[in-house]
Design a protein around this ligand. Structure first.
Ligand code: NAD
Length: 547
């Protein structure tokens, strides 16, 4: 086996199961939802492969029924954070020196386990703990997570295969070392797949990880740790430490062995992390790699030639799937006056059909937002729209947090294209709309480009190809993922590498080889077969050149 040259071919994307009534996958998922609803899990820290209980605990609850405790979790203290760093550093050499094919076999086994045996476990824990319906969970906690792993195996093959040219007489090689130090993976609540990838992608390249999961996604993230172990991930490669972000960040970001940060979350948290790295530069052995994907204020720009049915459907799905809690959610739309009345009517009809509630009822398209803090923040934006003379809440606008954190799909119409809900990330089921004069298409493109500090995703809807091309040019830097006649959400691994720039992050494109390049520290090794034994140049071999 040592002599085998290995290459992982480009995989197929994991098929999305449909969960139709009576289907085998539906029955298995319903049974697992019931099982997880009837137990309370205890979530320890996992450091160096060992379960650690601190006794300082918190609860994981259902967002749609906040009195229902799904799990209790132990919070890391300063001691455990340092233990996790030590465990990662201890595991580093052995993991880095393990053949990459063996490392990849472990990650591919994780994918195989989630594709089969644990698909329902991952979906049920994501549905109950993070408040997703079955489809929203299936596309990411199963399919995207599996795709990240399988496509990364393929990209790792490509990276390791890329070797420099050698002239006759010498041999040049590039050794793709992992970073010197550990990687700090910090994950958001809203995607189980992202949490997995933030830790596993650098690990696939030989790095060891201190992983700080989000408190509101702990149930699915803990099951993930158990699956990593079952797949054969050695102790200490990924160390799982729930707890306070600022306390954990404060210790980890000062550590001299910090090799890199793999972050996804809000712009504000990423700015704090970046600042801390700047302030700690003199403590580090190497400049840490800083990779962060942050927020969005994603737009849908509609040209007068667009098809209204397509626009209305994209707005409903783009803005309200997973309650708008996607970094890519459509949150501001620009509609030409000539299409506005029809768009408004179709939007109202569609939204009126939406059922909202517990994800265990498969009829519910919209569920609850993640927690009380999010609920209050989102309702605060809706109140601002209600109170303003420049804005009007034309659909929805009500919230109720008595049992779960439910907010109706809400549409705000504003006369002011710079109204706060057109500019700031709300991260909830709120779509803001600005209606423009048809003749102002190009001026409105400039407005879209200059309205928000973010640049994550955006769409243009048009049948007129000149308009599409114009939008694509003017909005070149307004989105890292740009869509023609499609909603701005739902990027698929291997098909639409994901990430944005400006204040949306470092645009290192999760789910592509570009991201993996950040987790290696290449060393070039040159060997000369017959080293020279005379320092002089050939033209110096004349008598007069000697002293
Ligand atoms: P968040 O910023 O509140 O938290 C993210 C993580 O950072 C959590 O685990 C949190 O505990 C941790 N954290 C907080 N302060 C920290 C500190 N000082 N040091 C270290 N870690 C710290 O984000 P969230 O609410 O969990 O997620 C929603 C945000 O994530 C939205 O802004 C969304 O747009 C963004 N997001 C972006 C992408 C993308 O690919 N661009 C994908 C998903 C989510």
């Amino acid at each position: 086996m040592n002599n085998a040259q290995f290459y992982y071919a480009r995989p197929q994307n994991e098929p999305v199961l449909e969960y139709k009534k009576g289907s085998p996958e539906r029955k298995t998922l319903e049974a697992e939802l019931k099982r997880q609803s009837n137990i309370q899990v205890e979530i320890p820290l996992i450091i160096g492969g060992k379960e650690v209980r601190t006794g300082n605990t918190g609860n994981v609850v259902m967002p749609h029924d906040h009195q229902h405790v799904l799990a209790t979790y132990h919070k890391a203290g300063e001691k455990e954070v340092r233990m996790a760093i030590d465990a990662a550093m201890e595991a580093h050499l052995q993991w880095a020196e393990m053949s990459w094919v063996e490392r990849t076999s472990i990650t591919l086994k994780v994918a195989a386990l989630i594709s089969g045996k644990y698909r329902a476990v991952m979906n049920a824990s994501t549905m109950l703990g993070q408040g997703k319906n079955a489809y929203q969970s299936e596309i990411e906690a199963a399919c995207e997570l599996i795709d990240f792993i399988r496509f990364n195996a393929h990209y790792v093959s490509d990276i390791y295969n890329d070797q420099p040219h050698s002239e006759i007489g010498n041999l040049n090689r590039v050794e793709y070392r992992p970073l010197e130090g550990f990687v700090f993976a910090v994950s958001p609540f809203n995607f189980t797949a992202i949490a997995s990838n933030l830790a596993l992608a650098p690990a696939a390249l030989g790095n060891t990880i201190v992983w700080k999961p989000s408190t509101t996604s702990l149930l699915s993230n803990y099951y993930l740790m158990k699956i990593f172990k079952e797949a054969g991930l050695p102790d200490g490669v990924i160390n799982f430490i729930p707890g306070s972000g600022s306390m954990i960040g404060d210790i980890v970001l000062k550590d001299k062995n910090l090799g890199g940060i793999h972050f996804t979350g809000s712009n504000n948290t990423f700015n704090n992390i970046w600042r801390a790295v700047g302030n700690n530069l003199e403590h580090y052995r190497s400049y840490p790699r800083v990779v962060g994907e942050t927020g969005g204020k994603d737009f849908v720009m509609v040209h007068p030639s667009a098809n209204v049915d397509e626009v209305a459907t994209a707005l409903v799905r783009g803005a309200f799937e997973y309650q708008g809690q996607k970094c890519s959610a459509a949150s501001r739309a620009y509609i030409p006056k000539s299409l506005w009345e029809e768009t408004r009517q179709k939007l109202s009809e569609n939204i009126a059909m939406i059922k909202q509630g517990d994800p265990r009822d498969f009829c519910n398209f919209v569920n609850a937002v993640i927690d009380e803090k999010a609920f209050d923040k989102i309702m605060g934006y809706i109140e601002k729209a209600r109170d303003s003379k420049d804005a009007e809440v034309i659909i929805g606008g009500n919230g109720d947090k008595s049992k779960g954190y439910f907010i109706e799909p809400t549409v705000v119409l504003t006369k002011d294209p710079h109204f706060v809900t057109m500019e700031e990330e709300i991260f909830g089921p709120v779509l803001s709309i600005y209606v423009y004069e048809d003749d102002d298409f190009e001026k409105t493109l400039e407005l879209v480009n200059n309205t928000s500090p973010y640049a994550l995703t955006g769409s243009i809807f048009a049948q007129d190809r000149y308009a599409t091309v114009k939008a694509c040019q003017t909005l070149r830097y307004a989105a890292g993922n740009f869509y023609f006649n499609d909603k701005p959400t739902g990027a698929v691994v291997g098909q639409q590498p994901f990430g944005g720039s400006r204040m949306s992050g470092t645009n290192d494109k999760a789910g592509s080889y570009l991201n993996l390049l950040r987790w290696i520290n290449p060393r070039t090794v040159k060997e000369t077969f017959t080293p020279p034994t005379d320092f002089r140049y050939p033209f110096m071999h004349e008598e007069k050149c000697y002293r």
